[in-house]
Design a protein around this ligand. Structure first.
Ligand code: HEC
Ligand code: HEC
Length: 443
Protein backbone atom coordinates (compact mmCIF):
# COMPACT_ATOMS: atom_id res chain seq x y z
CA UNK A 1 0.00 0.00 0.00
CA UNK A 2 2.99 2.33 0.41
CA UNK A 3 5.10 1.90 -2.71
CA UNK A 4 6.91 4.91 -4.13
CA UNK A 5 4.50 4.96 -7.07
CA UNK A 6 1.41 4.94 -4.87
CA UNK A 7 2.98 7.68 -2.78
CA UNK A 8 3.14 9.91 -5.82
CA UNK A 9 -0.49 9.45 -6.70
CA UNK A 10 -1.54 9.80 -3.08
CA UNK A 11 0.24 13.11 -2.93
CA UNK A 12 -2.02 14.42 -5.66
CA UNK A 13 -5.37 12.83 -4.91
CA UNK A 14 -6.87 13.44 -1.53
CA UNK A 15 -10.08 11.50 -0.89
CA UNK A 16 -13.10 13.62 -1.67
CA UNK A 17 -14.51 13.18 1.82
CA UNK A 18 -11.50 15.04 3.15
CA UNK A 19 -12.25 18.04 1.05
CA UNK A 20 -15.21 18.83 3.23
CA UNK A 21 -12.79 19.97 5.87
CA UNK A 22 -9.54 20.37 4.02
CA UNK A 23 -10.38 22.61 1.11
CA UNK A 24 -10.17 26.32 1.80
CA UNK A 25 -11.92 28.53 -0.76
CA UNK A 26 -9.50 30.52 -2.85
CA UNK A 27 -9.52 34.22 -2.14
CA UNK A 28 -11.21 36.04 -5.05
CA UNK A 29 -8.74 38.03 -7.13
CA UNK A 30 -9.19 41.63 -5.96
CA UNK A 31 -8.84 44.75 -8.10
CA UNK A 32 -5.26 45.68 -9.02
CA UNK A 33 -3.55 47.79 -6.34
CA UNK A 34 -3.71 51.56 -6.91
CA UNK A 35 -0.54 53.08 -8.38
CA UNK A 36 1.98 54.08 -5.71
CA UNK A 37 2.61 57.81 -5.26
CA UNK A 38 5.68 59.02 -7.12
CA UNK A 39 6.08 55.92 -9.29
CA UNK A 40 5.79 56.29 -13.06
CA UNK A 41 2.42 55.03 -14.33
CA UNK A 42 2.40 51.51 -15.75
CA UNK A 43 1.75 50.70 -19.41
CA UNK A 44 -1.58 51.89 -20.79
CA UNK A 45 -4.36 49.25 -20.62
CA UNK A 46 -4.70 47.15 -23.78
CA UNK A 47 -7.68 47.90 -26.05
CA UNK A 48 -10.53 45.35 -25.63
CA UNK A 49 -10.15 42.25 -27.81
CA UNK A 50 -12.65 41.87 -30.67
CA UNK A 51 -15.51 39.59 -29.62
CA UNK A 52 -15.15 36.00 -30.82
CA UNK A 53 -17.95 33.51 -31.44
CA UNK A 54 -20.51 33.23 -28.67
CA UNK A 55 -19.26 30.86 -25.95
CA UNK A 56 -21.26 27.64 -25.54
CA UNK A 57 -23.99 27.62 -22.87
CA UNK A 58 -22.49 26.88 -19.47
CA UNK A 59 -22.57 23.23 -18.46
CA UNK A 60 -23.79 22.70 -14.89
CA UNK A 61 -20.78 22.20 -12.68
CA UNK A 62 -20.71 18.83 -10.99
CA UNK A 63 -18.44 19.11 -8.00
CA UNK A 64 -15.53 16.78 -8.43
CA UNK A 65 -12.42 16.37 -6.36
CA UNK A 66 -9.90 19.07 -7.04
CA UNK A 67 -6.31 17.80 -6.94
CA UNK A 68 -4.89 19.00 -3.65
CA UNK A 69 -1.38 20.35 -3.32
CA UNK A 70 0.73 18.29 -0.93
CA UNK A 71 0.53 19.61 2.64
CA UNK A 72 2.77 22.63 3.16
CA UNK A 73 4.81 20.66 5.71
CA UNK A 74 6.14 18.43 2.97
CA UNK A 75 7.31 21.35 0.86
CA UNK A 76 9.08 22.97 3.81
CA UNK A 77 10.67 19.66 4.78
CA UNK A 78 12.02 19.20 1.26
CA UNK A 79 13.80 22.56 1.45
CA UNK A 80 15.36 21.68 4.83
CA UNK A 81 19.00 20.83 5.36
CA UNK A 82 18.31 18.13 7.94
CA UNK A 83 16.21 14.98 7.90
CA UNK A 84 19.32 13.01 6.93
CA UNK A 85 20.43 9.60 8.16
CA UNK A 86 23.54 9.00 10.28
CA UNK A 87 26.48 8.91 7.89
CA UNK A 88 27.72 5.55 9.24
CA UNK A 89 24.70 3.34 8.44
CA UNK A 90 25.07 -0.03 6.76
CA UNK A 91 23.34 -0.58 3.42
CA UNK A 92 20.43 -2.41 5.01
CA UNK A 93 20.01 0.37 7.59
CA UNK A 94 20.04 2.91 4.75
CA UNK A 95 17.25 0.92 3.12
CA UNK A 96 15.30 0.97 6.43
CA UNK A 97 15.77 4.73 6.60
CA UNK A 98 14.47 5.19 3.05
CA UNK A 99 11.44 2.94 3.60
CA UNK A 100 10.79 4.71 6.90
CA UNK A 101 11.00 8.11 5.28
CA UNK A 102 8.47 7.12 2.61
CA UNK A 103 6.10 6.09 5.41
CA UNK A 104 6.79 9.26 7.42
CA UNK A 105 5.85 11.33 4.33
CA UNK A 106 2.98 9.09 3.25
CA UNK A 107 -0.43 10.75 3.07
CA UNK A 108 -2.97 8.47 4.70
CA UNK A 109 -6.33 7.90 3.06
CA UNK A 110 -9.77 7.12 4.44
CA UNK A 111 -9.60 3.69 2.77
CA UNK A 112 -6.23 3.11 4.47
CA UNK A 113 -7.75 3.89 7.88
CA UNK A 114 -7.40 7.68 8.27
CA UNK A 115 -9.96 9.03 10.75
CA UNK A 116 -12.87 9.13 11.34
CA UNK A 117 -11.37 11.87 13.49
CA UNK A 118 -7.77 12.97 13.14
CA UNK A 119 -5.40 15.93 13.41
CA UNK A 120 -3.52 15.58 10.16
CA UNK A 121 -2.87 13.21 7.27
CA UNK A 122 0.85 12.45 7.60
CA UNK A 123 3.67 12.67 10.12
CA UNK A 124 5.49 15.28 8.05
CA UNK A 125 2.39 17.47 7.98
CA UNK A 126 3.36 18.54 11.52
CA UNK A 127 7.05 17.56 11.74
CA UNK A 128 8.83 19.57 9.06
CA UNK A 129 10.96 22.57 10.14
CA UNK A 130 14.53 22.05 8.92
CA UNK A 131 13.64 18.76 7.21
CA UNK A 132 11.23 15.82 7.56
CA UNK A 133 11.10 15.12 11.30
CA UNK A 134 11.55 18.70 12.47
CA UNK A 135 9.33 20.64 14.82
CA UNK A 136 6.68 23.13 13.72
CA UNK A 137 4.28 25.67 15.12
CA UNK A 138 1.45 23.15 14.82
CA UNK A 139 -0.42 22.86 18.10
CA UNK A 140 -2.64 20.09 19.36
CA UNK A 141 -5.27 20.58 22.06
CA UNK A 142 -5.66 18.57 25.26
CA UNK A 143 -8.45 18.88 27.75
CA UNK A 144 -9.72 17.42 30.99
CA UNK A 145 -11.58 18.24 34.16
CA UNK A 146 -10.04 19.01 37.51
CA UNK A 147 -12.35 18.47 40.49
CA UNK A 148 -11.02 18.82 44.05
CA UNK A 149 -7.51 18.10 42.87
CA UNK A 150 -8.50 15.00 40.90
CA UNK A 151 -7.92 15.12 37.14
CA UNK A 152 -10.37 13.39 34.82
CA UNK A 153 -9.13 13.07 31.19
CA UNK A 154 -12.81 12.91 30.07
CA UNK A 155 -12.21 9.82 27.95
CA UNK A 156 -15.96 9.20 27.60
CA UNK A 157 -16.30 12.66 26.01
CA UNK A 158 -13.43 12.21 23.57
CA UNK A 159 -10.57 13.34 25.85
CA UNK A 160 -7.80 13.84 26.56
CA UNK A 161 -6.76 14.82 23.00
CA UNK A 162 -9.01 16.80 20.68
CA UNK A 163 -8.95 15.74 17.04
CA UNK A 164 -9.44 18.88 14.97
CA UNK A 165 -10.46 17.28 11.67
CA UNK A 166 -12.81 14.52 10.54
CA UNK A 167 -13.54 12.59 7.39
CA UNK A 168 -17.00 14.21 7.34
CA UNK A 169 -18.23 17.36 9.10
CA UNK A 170 -20.77 15.38 11.18
CA UNK A 171 -17.96 13.76 13.15
CA UNK A 172 -16.01 16.90 14.08
CA UNK A 173 -15.06 17.11 17.75
CA UNK A 174 -15.46 20.08 20.08
CA UNK A 175 -14.03 20.73 23.53
CA UNK A 176 -16.87 19.57 25.81
CA UNK A 177 -18.22 22.08 28.30
CA UNK A 178 -17.31 19.69 31.14
CA UNK A 179 -13.63 20.48 30.46
CA UNK A 180 -12.13 23.07 32.80
CA UNK A 181 -8.50 22.49 31.77
CA UNK A 182 -7.56 23.10 28.14
CA UNK A 183 -3.91 23.07 27.12
CA UNK A 184 -2.14 23.31 23.83
CA UNK A 185 1.04 21.47 22.95
CA UNK A 186 3.42 22.40 20.18
CA UNK A 187 5.14 19.93 17.85
CA UNK A 188 8.60 18.83 19.00
CA UNK A 189 11.53 17.91 16.72
CA UNK A 190 12.67 14.32 16.13
CA UNK A 191 16.27 14.82 14.96
CA UNK A 192 18.50 12.49 16.96
CA UNK A 193 15.53 10.66 18.51
CA UNK A 194 17.25 7.30 18.05
CA UNK A 195 20.08 8.41 20.31
CA UNK A 196 17.59 9.50 22.98
CA UNK A 197 15.89 6.11 22.71
CA UNK A 198 19.23 4.32 23.11
CA UNK A 199 20.06 5.97 26.46
CA UNK A 200 19.76 3.24 29.10
CA UNK A 201 16.96 3.61 31.65
CA UNK A 202 19.61 3.31 34.37
CA UNK A 203 21.53 6.34 33.02
CA UNK A 204 18.44 8.54 33.38
CA UNK A 205 17.47 7.10 36.79
CA UNK A 206 21.00 7.53 38.15
CA UNK A 207 20.87 11.27 37.53
CA UNK A 208 17.46 11.53 39.21
CA UNK A 209 19.01 10.50 42.53
CA UNK A 210 21.94 12.96 42.35
CA UNK A 211 21.54 15.86 44.83
CA UNK A 212 21.14 19.16 42.96
CA UNK A 213 21.55 22.84 43.81
CA UNK A 214 18.69 25.31 44.28
CA UNK A 215 16.28 22.64 45.56
CA UNK A 216 15.97 21.21 42.04
CA UNK A 217 14.70 17.62 42.12
CA UNK A 218 13.61 15.91 38.92
CA UNK A 219 12.17 12.41 38.80
CA UNK A 220 11.92 9.70 36.21
CA UNK A 221 8.63 9.18 34.40
CA UNK A 222 8.00 5.46 34.67
CA UNK A 223 5.61 4.50 31.89
CA UNK A 224 4.33 1.28 30.36
CA UNK A 225 5.74 0.95 26.86
CA UNK A 226 2.83 -0.22 24.69
CA UNK A 227 5.19 -2.22 22.47
CA UNK A 228 7.06 -4.29 25.06
CA UNK A 229 4.41 -3.93 27.79
CA UNK A 230 7.32 -3.32 30.16
CA UNK A 231 7.73 -0.54 32.69
CA UNK A 232 10.32 1.81 31.21
CA UNK A 233 11.77 5.27 31.76
CA UNK A 234 9.75 7.67 29.60
CA UNK A 235 11.71 10.26 27.62
CA UNK A 236 9.64 11.37 24.60
CA UNK A 237 6.97 14.06 24.57
CA UNK A 238 6.42 17.15 26.75
CA UNK A 239 5.55 14.93 29.72
CA UNK A 240 8.08 12.14 28.96
CA UNK A 241 5.02 10.01 28.24
CA UNK A 242 6.72 7.42 26.01
CA UNK A 243 9.93 5.37 26.26
CA UNK A 244 10.17 3.95 22.74
CA UNK A 245 9.82 5.34 19.24
CA UNK A 246 7.58 2.48 18.15
CA UNK A 247 5.37 3.23 21.14
CA UNK A 248 5.17 6.94 20.31
CA UNK A 249 4.57 6.17 16.63
CA UNK A 250 1.69 3.82 17.51
CA UNK A 251 0.21 6.57 19.70
CA UNK A 252 0.63 9.15 16.91
CA UNK A 253 -0.95 6.84 14.31
CA UNK A 254 -4.01 6.48 16.52
CA UNK A 255 -4.32 9.94 18.00
CA UNK A 256 -2.99 12.19 15.22
CA UNK A 257 -4.25 10.21 12.22
CA UNK A 258 -6.98 7.88 13.53
CA UNK A 259 -5.13 4.74 12.46
CA UNK A 260 -5.44 1.78 14.81
CA UNK A 261 -2.65 -0.76 15.24
CA UNK A 262 -1.90 -3.93 17.16
CA UNK A 263 -0.78 -1.76 20.10
CA UNK A 264 -3.79 0.57 20.06
CA UNK A 265 -6.58 -1.45 18.41
CA UNK A 266 -9.49 0.78 19.47
CA UNK A 267 -10.58 3.70 17.33
CA UNK A 268 -11.28 7.10 18.97
CA UNK A 269 -15.01 7.83 18.99
CA UNK A 270 -15.93 11.43 18.04
CA UNK A 271 -16.39 13.15 21.43
CA UNK A 272 -16.79 9.64 22.83
CA UNK A 273 -19.93 8.92 20.79
CA UNK A 274 -19.72 5.16 20.07
CA UNK A 275 -22.88 5.10 17.94
CA UNK A 276 -21.45 7.79 15.69
CA UNK A 277 -18.17 5.89 15.51
CA UNK A 278 -20.00 2.74 14.35
CA UNK A 279 -21.46 4.78 11.49
CA UNK A 280 -18.25 6.58 10.65
CA UNK A 281 -15.64 3.85 10.70
CA UNK A 282 -15.78 1.38 7.83
CA UNK A 283 -12.22 0.03 8.02
CA UNK A 284 -11.43 -3.15 9.92
CA UNK A 285 -9.18 -2.72 13.00
CA UNK A 286 -6.25 -2.88 13.37
CA UNK A 287 -5.88 -0.65 10.34
CA UNK A 288 -2.09 -0.71 10.43
CA UNK A 289 -1.77 -4.48 10.46
CA UNK A 290 1.25 -6.69 9.90
CA UNK A 291 1.21 -8.09 6.38
CA UNK A 292 1.49 -11.90 6.26
CA UNK A 293 5.05 -12.88 7.13
CA UNK A 294 6.13 -9.26 7.78
CA UNK A 295 7.99 -8.18 10.93
CA UNK A 296 7.06 -4.54 10.64
CA UNK A 297 3.92 -2.55 9.95
CA UNK A 298 3.83 1.10 8.89
CA UNK A 299 4.28 2.41 12.41
CA UNK A 300 7.50 0.41 12.78
CA UNK A 301 8.77 1.86 9.51
CA UNK A 302 8.06 5.41 10.71
CA UNK A 303 9.89 4.55 13.95
CA UNK A 304 12.89 3.33 11.90
CA UNK A 305 13.01 6.70 10.16
CA UNK A 306 13.06 8.59 13.47
CA UNK A 307 15.60 6.16 14.94
CA UNK A 308 18.09 6.58 12.10
CA UNK A 309 17.65 10.35 11.80
CA UNK A 310 20.88 12.22 12.57
CA UNK A 311 20.84 15.01 15.16
CA UNK A 312 21.32 18.65 14.19
CA UNK A 313 25.05 19.31 14.62
CA UNK A 314 26.20 22.11 16.91
CA UNK A 315 27.62 25.23 15.22
CA UNK A 316 31.32 25.99 15.60
CA UNK A 317 31.91 28.00 18.80
CA UNK A 318 32.39 31.78 18.59
CA UNK A 319 33.65 34.20 21.24
CA UNK A 320 30.13 35.06 22.35
CA UNK A 321 28.72 31.51 22.22
CA UNK A 322 31.64 30.38 24.38
CA UNK A 323 30.87 33.16 26.85
CA UNK A 324 27.19 32.15 26.74
CA UNK A 325 28.06 28.53 27.42
CA UNK A 326 29.87 29.60 30.61
CA UNK A 327 26.84 31.65 31.68
CA UNK A 328 24.60 28.62 31.01
CA UNK A 329 26.65 26.58 33.47
CA UNK A 330 27.10 29.39 36.02
CA UNK A 331 23.46 30.32 36.50
CA UNK A 332 22.44 26.66 36.77
CA UNK A 333 20.67 25.91 33.47
CA UNK A 334 22.83 22.82 33.05
CA UNK A 335 21.46 21.24 36.23
CA UNK A 336 18.31 20.34 34.26
CA UNK A 337 19.50 20.90 30.71
CA UNK A 338 22.33 18.36 31.08
CA UNK A 339 24.61 19.00 28.08
CA UNK A 340 25.40 15.40 27.24
CA UNK A 341 24.44 11.82 28.07
CA UNK A 342 25.70 8.58 26.63
CA UNK A 343 23.77 5.82 24.90
CA UNK A 344 24.09 2.21 26.00
CA UNK A 345 24.33 -0.79 23.75
CA UNK A 346 22.32 -0.91 20.53
CA UNK A 347 22.07 -3.28 17.58
CA UNK A 348 22.67 -0.20 15.41
CA UNK A 349 26.37 0.70 15.60
CA UNK A 350 25.64 4.39 14.92
CA UNK A 351 23.57 4.43 18.13
CA UNK A 352 25.75 2.33 20.45
CA UNK A 353 27.84 4.02 23.17
CA UNK A 354 27.48 7.43 21.57
CA UNK A 355 27.40 10.88 23.16
CA UNK A 356 23.96 12.51 23.02
CA UNK A 357 24.31 16.30 23.20
CA UNK A 358 20.66 16.88 23.94
CA UNK A 359 20.80 19.41 26.81
CA UNK A 360 18.21 17.60 28.92
CA UNK A 361 18.12 15.23 31.89
CA UNK A 362 14.90 13.74 30.47
CA UNK A 363 13.40 14.06 33.96
CA UNK A 364 10.10 15.52 35.06
CA UNK A 365 10.34 18.79 37.00
CA UNK A 366 7.64 20.69 38.83
CA UNK A 367 7.60 23.89 36.78
CA UNK A 368 5.04 25.74 38.91
CA UNK A 369 2.98 28.14 36.84
CA UNK A 370 4.63 26.94 33.63
CA UNK A 371 3.02 23.48 34.02
CA UNK A 372 0.24 22.77 31.54
CA UNK A 373 -2.37 21.55 34.02
CA UNK A 374 -2.73 18.18 32.31
CA UNK A 375 -2.17 15.09 34.46
CA UNK A 376 -0.65 12.49 32.18
CA UNK A 377 0.38 9.63 34.39
CA UNK A 378 2.86 9.64 36.01
CA UNK A 379 3.39 13.37 35.32
CA UNK A 380 1.37 15.65 37.56
CA UNK A 381 -0.32 18.83 36.35
CA UNK A 382 2.79 20.98 36.88
CA UNK A 383 5.45 18.47 35.90
CA UNK A 384 7.13 18.78 32.51
CA UNK A 385 10.07 16.99 30.93
CA UNK A 386 13.19 19.17 30.65
CA UNK A 387 12.94 20.18 27.01
CA UNK A 388 16.01 19.07 25.02
CA UNK A 389 17.70 22.14 23.54
CA UNK A 390 19.58 20.64 20.59
CA UNK A 391 18.43 22.01 17.26
CA UNK A 392 16.87 25.02 19.01
CA UNK A 393 18.12 27.34 16.24
CA UNK A 394 15.65 25.78 13.78
CA UNK A 395 12.67 26.68 15.95
CA UNK A 396 10.56 29.80 16.07
CA UNK A 397 8.27 29.37 19.10
CA UNK A 398 9.25 27.94 22.45
CA UNK A 399 7.78 26.16 25.50
CA UNK A 400 5.09 23.49 25.47
CA UNK A 401 2.37 25.73 24.11
CA UNK A 402 4.58 27.98 22.00
CA UNK A 403 3.85 30.91 24.30
CA UNK A 404 7.39 32.34 23.99
CA UNK A 405 8.46 33.96 20.74
CA UNK A 406 12.03 34.58 21.93
CA UNK A 407 14.50 32.50 23.92
CA UNK A 408 14.75 35.27 26.53
CA UNK A 409 10.98 35.10 27.14
CA UNK A 410 11.13 31.30 27.29
CA UNK A 411 13.72 31.48 30.07
CA UNK A 412 11.84 34.19 31.98
CA UNK A 413 8.70 31.98 31.94
CA UNK A 414 10.50 29.20 33.88
CA UNK A 415 9.01 28.74 37.35
CA UNK A 416 8.72 26.13 40.12
CA UNK A 417 11.95 24.16 40.48
CA UNK A 418 13.64 26.51 37.99
CA UNK A 419 12.66 29.72 39.81
CA UNK A 420 16.04 30.36 41.48
CA UNK A 421 17.91 29.83 38.22
CA UNK A 422 15.46 32.03 36.33
CA UNK A 423 15.88 34.84 38.87
CA UNK A 424 19.66 34.61 38.59
CA UNK A 425 19.33 34.86 34.80
CA UNK A 426 17.04 37.88 35.07
CA UNK A 427 19.63 39.74 37.15
CA UNK A 428 22.52 39.14 34.73
CA UNK A 429 24.05 42.07 32.85
CA UNK A 430 22.48 42.45 29.43
CA UNK A 431 25.64 41.32 27.62
CA UNK A 432 25.63 37.99 29.51
CA UNK A 433 21.99 37.37 28.67
CA UNK A 434 22.70 38.12 25.03
CA UNK A 435 25.69 35.76 25.01
CA UNK A 436 23.52 33.03 26.53
CA UNK A 437 21.00 33.46 23.72
CA UNK A 438 23.80 33.27 21.14
CA UNK A 439 24.92 30.02 22.76
CA UNK A 440 21.38 28.56 22.70
CA UNK A 441 21.15 29.45 19.02
CA UNK A 442 24.32 27.49 18.31
CA UNK A 443 22.84 24.19 19.53
C1 HEC B 1 -1.17 17.14 14.20
C2 HEC B 1 0.25 17.26 14.26
C3 HEC B 1 1.07 16.01 14.43
C4 HEC B 1 1.12 14.90 13.63
C5 HEC B 1 0.25 14.59 12.43
C6 HEC B 1 2.15 14.06 14.17
N1 HEC B 1 2.72 14.64 15.26
FE1 HEC B 1 4.26 13.90 16.37
N2 HEC B 1 4.04 15.43 17.67
C7 HEC B 1 3.10 16.43 17.59
C8 HEC B 1 3.03 17.15 18.84
C9 HEC B 1 2.10 18.31 19.16
C10 HEC B 1 3.99 16.56 19.70
C11 HEC B 1 4.22 16.86 21.19
C12 HEC B 1 3.10 16.04 21.87
C13 HEC B 1 3.16 15.93 23.35
O1 HEC B 1 4.23 15.77 23.91
O2 HEC B 1 2.08 15.95 23.95
C14 HEC B 1 4.61 15.48 18.92
C15 HEC B 1 5.63 14.68 19.41
C16 HEC B 1 6.13 13.57 18.76
C17 HEC B 1 7.18 12.72 19.27
C18 HEC B 1 7.95 12.94 20.56
C19 HEC B 1 9.28 13.59 20.31
C20 HEC B 1 9.93 14.11 21.56
O3 HEC B 1 10.76 13.46 22.12
O4 HEC B 1 9.55 15.14 22.02
C21 HEC B 1 7.33 11.69 18.37
C22 HEC B 1 8.30 10.55 18.50
C23 HEC B 1 6.38 11.92 17.30
N3 HEC B 1 5.68 13.08 17.56
C24 HEC B 1 6.22 11.10 16.20
C25 HEC B 1 5.22 11.26 15.25
C26 HEC B 1 4.96 10.30 14.18
C27 HEC B 1 5.73 9.03 13.93
C28 HEC B 1 3.91 10.79 13.47
C29 HEC B 1 3.19 10.13 12.31
C30 HEC B 1 2.68 8.81 12.61
C31 HEC B 1 3.52 12.04 14.09
N4 HEC B 1 4.34 12.29 15.16
C32 HEC B 1 2.48 12.83 13.64
C33 HEC B 1 2.32 16.72 16.49
C34 HEC B 1 2.07 15.83 15.47
C1 HEC C 1 14.38 22.89 37.00
C2 HEC C 1 14.85 22.49 35.69
C3 HEC C 1 15.19 23.57 34.68
C4 HEC C 1 16.10 24.59 34.78
C5 HEC C 1 16.99 24.95 35.97
C6 HEC C 1 16.07 25.29 33.52
N1 HEC C 1 15.15 24.71 32.68
FE1 HEC C 1 14.77 25.26 30.79
N2 HEC C 1 13.21 23.95 30.72
C7 HEC C 1 12.87 23.07 31.73
C8 HEC C 1 11.62 22.44 31.40
C9 HEC C 1 10.88 21.41 32.25
C10 HEC C 1 11.21 22.97 30.16
C11 HEC C 1 9.91 22.68 29.41
C12 HEC C 1 8.88 23.61 30.02
C13 HEC C 1 7.57 23.76 29.27
O1 HEC C 1 7.57 24.16 28.12
O2 HEC C 1 6.54 23.50 29.86
C14 HEC C 1 12.25 23.91 29.77
C15 HEC C 1 12.24 24.63 28.57
C16 HEC C 1 13.27 25.45 28.15
C17 HEC C 1 13.34 26.10 26.87
C18 HEC C 1 12.30 25.96 25.75
C19 HEC C 1 12.65 24.79 24.87
C20 HEC C 1 11.59 24.46 23.86
O3 HEC C 1 11.68 23.38 23.28
O4 HEC C 1 10.66 25.22 23.64
C21 HEC C 1 14.49 26.80 26.83
C22 HEC C 1 15.01 27.65 25.68
C23 HEC C 1 15.13 26.63 28.11
N3 HEC C 1 14.37 25.79 28.87
C24 HEC C 1 16.34 27.22 28.47
C25 HEC C 1 16.80 27.26 29.78
C26 HEC C 1 17.88 28.09 30.21
C27 HEC C 1 18.71 28.98 29.31
C28 HEC C 1 18.00 27.91 31.56
C29 HEC C 1 18.91 28.62 32.51
C30 HEC C 1 18.71 30.07 32.59
C31 HEC C 1 17.00 26.92 31.94
N4 HEC C 1 16.28 26.57 30.84
C32 HEC C 1 16.84 26.40 33.21
C33 HEC C 1 13.58 22.83 32.88
C34 HEC C 1 14.58 23.66 33.36
Amino acid sequence: MKTAASLLTLALVVPSALLAVAAAPLAPAGPPPPPMGGLPPGPAPLPPLPLGPKPPAPVPVVSKPVPQPPPPGLAVAKGGKFGLPFSTLTDSQKADFAAGKAEFLNIETVEGGLGPIFNDVSCVACHFEGGAGGASRTLVTRFGRLTNGVFDPLVELGGPLLQRRAIAPAYLEVVPREANVVARRITTPLFGAGLVEAIADSTISAYASVAKADGIKGRVALVIDPVSNASRVGRFGWKAQHASLDGFAADAYLNEMGITSRYFPNENAPNGNKALLAKADGVLDPEDALAAGAQKSDLNLAADYMRLLAPVPKLAPTVSSTKGEAVFAQVGCAVCHVPSMKTGSSPVAALANQPVNLYSDLLLHDMGRLGDGIVQSPATANEMRTAPLWGLRLRSLYLHDGRASTLDLAILAHDGEAKAVRDRYAKLPLASRQALVVFLNSL
